[in-house]
Design a protein around this ligand. Structure first.
Ligand code: CA
Length: 597
């Protein structure tokens, strides 16, 4: 093998992978839990197996503890600045995991800020990967490093050591297909969530200032905007009529962010739902075809609309450089009485102070000039997925690791790795307690240990793999905190928003393709090059640096996107779609029923 050449090729892949991973940041780092539990171990549907051959120190799958004499495994995780210690006896999750399994964990900590970069380097250069990696890899990484033999194929080991993880796989007839790479191997253990509504899947949201809206209603007799034209009138009124009453024209009609690190905050997220089907990246699925919205007429009409807002001073002209802090700073001006509306997934992205979050309410998707309206729903983000647990081929403790990971599919582990210590940081509420979604509450958060300095868990790095709960199945928070300040119950508002948006969904999301190594590399290159150029061109259209109404300029933009490989990229996705994904997206959306158990 030509090592130098391999190394150069790998570095290319790393660069692209890092870009990709950075792009999926927002949902990974949101403070909103995506799932939840019942707090009790589900009744096994299978019988615990026999002691694995070859290691007399291990107990049978499905039994605790995992081993008779203590074993130690070395585990790679992303180190959170929130976590004050990972040590047994200091960190509550570390203590729980060791006490129930008799397996001690020695952490190999990759600093959170560049954990993905470091992981790619260690994977591609034969670095020390310990016995288990608990950092999420996307499908391109799994296909790449699995194909190279850096990660162990897990198919047979799931069969041999799996017990609880098999129960998860049993919940979804297509679960195995979803986690299997194109070469037939499984390289990441499955993760799964509740089969119920996941509010994060409807996150292309928009929030309007309730106080400004009330003044607008009093002054004009008009109500909550339901069309893009009405929305324009509302913003225009706010910027011209001093609704914060300070005598200055300091009101901002709309803010958001181009950066995808801010959760669904792009101007082309919520607003494009009035013009065309599209995901955040500019692609969609319709009638079993994958398309690129960014070069189509509907998207162009949407850009004309946003350009008009920008030209007339209704939009925050700093949105291209905004990060979450910049949005929060702007929204907090004049005690939260400045910004008329915000595009972002939740008000936690736009305000730290709960009293400011309360000033805004959700806006339903708006009808566009042609009557088109949609709410983007991320159909493929739910259900069983390749999880964050992979096993490096260099380990000699794959049997211990498999049994230890299997034990982490217990709901009590998932709840503890999200909330902390049972009966201290969280609890199972009394039977009959209602959750935010109106069904029985699966749990109750007591001490809110998320996003704060803590000894309660490992933040996002925990090994829990099956969330039989969600933010919406949590018991509601109390109305006020211990100081008497009103608590903005984020999970409640996100759940209510998701229920509102359900009425507008036309399924259009694009599958998470699981390409082979070579195809993944090509697709990443096309996607990255197209994205870099198109996002910059879209910003130029919005600011009027190029004229979106000028056919010659628009045609030049489309031609440039195509020259970067769009047709080849679409054809490659389509071929995989035709082979593996046909019929996976329902034609119409059916709202989730009320949860009753
Ligand atoms: Ca003012």
């Amino acid at each position: 093998m030509n090592n130098a050449r391999t190394r150069v090729g790998m570095l290319l892949v790393i660069c692209m992978l890092v870009g990709l991973v950075a792009g999926c940041g927002p949902t990974d780092t949101t403070t909103v839990p995506t799932t939840t539990p019942q707090g009790t171990t589900a009744t096994p549907t299978t019988t615990p197996g026999t002691t694995p051959a070859g290691n007399p120190n291990l107990n049978a799958p499905g039994q605790l503890p995992i081993c008779k004499e203590q074993e130690t495994i070395r585990v790679v995780i992303s180190q959170s600045p929130h976590v004050q210690s990972y040590k047994y006896g200091e960190n509550k999750l570390s203590t729980l995991l060791q006490d129930r399994t008799n397996v001690a964990v020695e952490h190999i900590l990759y600093p959170e800020a560049d954990a993905q970069t470091k992981l790619n380097i260690e994977l591609s250069t034969g670095g020390d990967l310990g016995d288990l990696i608990l950092i999420l890899m996307d499908r391109a990484m799994l296909a790449t490093y699995g194909g190279q033999g850096v990660l162990l194929p897990l198919n047979d080991m799931i069969d041999q050591y799996g017990y609880l993880m098999k129960q998860l796989l049993d919940t979804d007839a297509s679960a195995l297909a979803k986690i299997t790479a194109p070469d037939g191997n499984i390289y990441a253990l499955p993760s799964g969530g509740l089969n119920s509504i996941i509010p994060n899947a409807y996150a292309m949201r928009h929030w309007i200032h309730t106080g400004f809206l009330e003044k607008y209603e009093s002054a004009t007799g008009k109500g909550m905007p339901t069309t893009t034209d009405e929305y324009y009138e509302y913003m225009k009124w706010c910027t011209e009529n001093d609704p914060n009453g300070n005598g200055q024209a300091d009101e901002v009609g709309w803010t958001g962010a181009e950066k995808t690190a801010v959760w669904y905050a792009r101007p082309t997220c919520f607003l494009m739902n009035s013009f065309t089907l599209t995901n955040q990246d500019g692609y969609y699925q319709k009638d079993d075809k994958i398309g690129c919205a960014m070069i189509e007429d509907g998207y162009r009409e949407g850009l004309k609309y946003i350009n008009k807002l920008m030209e007339e001073g209704l939009m925050d002209e700093n949105y291209p450089s905004n990060d979450e802090n910049a949005i929060k700073t702007l929204v907090a001006l004049e005690d939260g009485e400045t910004v008329a509306s915000i595009t972002c997934g939740g008000m936690h992205n736009a305000a730290t102070d709960h009293s400011v979050r309360f000033k805004y309410e959700i806006v339903a998707p708006l009808k566009g000039p042609d009557g088109f309206v949609n709410a983007f729903y991320d159909h493929y983000s739910t259900g069983v997925q390749p999880g964050k647990a992979t096993i490096p081929a260099t380990t000699e403790k794959a049997d211990v690791v498999m049994l230890w990971m299997d034990s982490n599919y217990d709901p009590v582990v998932k709840l503890s790795d999200r909330y902390g210590e049972k009966d201290v940081d969280w609890e199972i509420p009394p039977a009959g307690t209602k959750a935010i979604d109106g069904g029985p509450a699966t749990h109750k958060d007591i001490t809110s240990q998320w996003n704060v300095p803590t000894y309660s868990h490992w933040f996002t790095a925990g090994p829990g793999m099956w969330a039989q709960y969600s933010g919406a199945t949590c018991a509601p928070q109390p109305e006020t905190d211990k100081n008497g300040n009103k608590i903005y119950d984020l999970e409640y508002f996100l759940y209510e928003a998701a229920r509102l948006y359900e009425d507008y969904v036309t399924p259009c999301s694009v599958p998470n393709f699981f390409f082979d190594q070579e195809t993944a590399t090509k697709c990443n290159e096309w996607k990255t090059n197209i994205n870099d150029y198109a996002r910059s061109a879209i910003t130029d259209f919005i600011f009027g640096n190029t004229d979106v109404s000028d056919d010659a300029e628009w045609d030049a933009y489309v031609a440039q996107v195509k020259s970067l490989g769009l047709d080849e990229y679409l054809a490659t996705m389509q071929a995989d779609f035709d082979a593996n994904w046909k019929g996976t997206l329902p034609e119409t959306y059916t709202p989730f029923p009320q949860r009753t158990e």
